[in-house]
Design a protein around this ligand. Structure first.
Ligand SMILES: [Zn+2]
Length: 369
């Protein structure tokens, strides 16, 4: 049920100045109701979270335990989920978490930072310099802006229209009402939380030794955001990608499609056997590599289609809508929709949203917007 409302939540949040958000694409379906923990190697675990009560998706968390230190990748969205993760970590090890890596600044990967900071006084939060900078701007304001979100939901329900003016169906009205009800407990969680952002930054790479376990943080180029970090365990052949890779439907709401392609090709050049995406199930072996290739190929195909139509349309080329219309008429997206979304209606619905966002981004990139 939540796909449409999640998308609208993202749109509403963008309206209130928080920029683009979290991908709702998760695992086999874009909605996820259950928490799941997977051991990737001895002492390396990934945690997938259920969606928040306000329909907001939550990023995956990965835990890497060394002989001396513990490193966590991404702190998810809900403080209560971060606490649950910390309780889980304590069943695995008595060592404190020494490092928390933020793969990027989006709220569904960073809002648990404060919980880790309060729990582990010696904690360093590590991120790409650009992610640290954006987190300082965007993340603390999230708490203050939160009540405004409830107002926007109420307004949509009262008017029977979403913020873009589209008339809400009965199903969508129920989705709004459910998400509105889910806001109060989430807001209550945030009311007592002190935000934390990265205090250690890097530009290209940073290698951490957890004691018998090497962890490489790498910036392979822009893609999902301007400061995407991947976390790579060379000996275990595990890579944690943040939202550069989201499964099963890629997340295309960011502004650097052609750079994303280069970044994904560089990612796939790493020697890995296990890939933890920003959302969705853990991918292994050839399936992981094929998925990354498919996302890069799809992105390339859409960029090409947009460039062709910009050339064809000529004088109207700077306006997005004629280009979008022409691309949607001429580009055969059906095989890609089947490839990523399968038969699941929510996946297919989200695929169409992410495809439209990719056209927008590819067009903007041409004109340097
Ligand atoms: Zn995300």
């Amino acid at each position: 049920m939540q796909r449409r409302i999640v998308t609208r939540v993202a749109q509403v949040t963008a309206l209130i100045g928080a920029a683009v958000l979290a991908a709702p694409a998760r695992a086999d379906t874009v909605n996820n109701a259950t928490r799941a923990v997977v051991e990737l190697a001895p002492g390396v675990h990934s945690i997938r979270h259920a969606d928040a009560p306000d329909a907001f998706p939550q990023g995956n968390t990965t835990v890497v335990i060394g002989e001396r230190d513990v490193l966590v990748v991404d702190s998810c969205y809900l403080p209560s989920s971060a606490r649950e993760d910390i309780a889980q970590i304590r069943t695995w090890t008595s060592k404190p978490v020494r490092y928390l890596v933020n793969t990027h600044w989006h709220f569904d990967h960073t809002m648990g930072n404060g919980v880790y900071g309060a729990t582990f006084p010696g904690l360093d939060i590590v991120a790409h310099a650009e992610t640290a900078r954006r987190s300082r701007h965007y993340n603390p304001g999230w708490f203050a802006r939160f009540p405004r979100r409830a107002d926007l939901f109420r307004q949509a329900l009262a008017e029977g229209k979403d913020p873009d003016g589209n008339v809400l169906s009965e199903v969508e009205k129920r989705e709004y009402a459910d998400a509105l009800r889910g806001l109060a407990p989430v807001q209550a969680e945030y009311s007592t939380l002190t935000d934390r952002t990265a205090n250690v930054t890097f530009e290209q790479s940073l290698t951490l030794d957890l004691g018998g376990r090497e962890v490489q943080l790498q910036f392979l180029g822009r893609g999902n955001t301007a400061g995407d970090a991947i976390v790579y365990l060379p000996r275990e052949r595990i890579v944690v990608t943040g939202d550069l890779v989201v499964h099963p439907v890629p997340y295309m709401f960011s502004g650097f499609p052609s750079e994303l392609v280069r970044t994904l090709r560089a990612l796939d050049g790493l020697d890995y056997d296990v890939l933890v995406p920003g959302h969705g199930e853990v991918l292994r072996g050839a399936r992981a590599h094929e998925y990354v290739d498919a996302v890069a190929d799809f992105t390339t195909a859409v960029i090409d289609a947009v460039e062709r139509q910009v050339a064809v349309i000529g004088s109207g080329q700077r306006n997005l809508e004629p280009v979008r219309e022409a691309v949607q008429k001429t580009f055969d997206v059906a095989p890609w929709r089947d490839r990523f979304a399968g038969a699941d209606p929510a996946n297919r619905d989200f695929f169409d949203t992410t495809y439209a966002a990719l056209i927008t981004a590819a067009h903007a990139e041409i004109w340097g917007k």
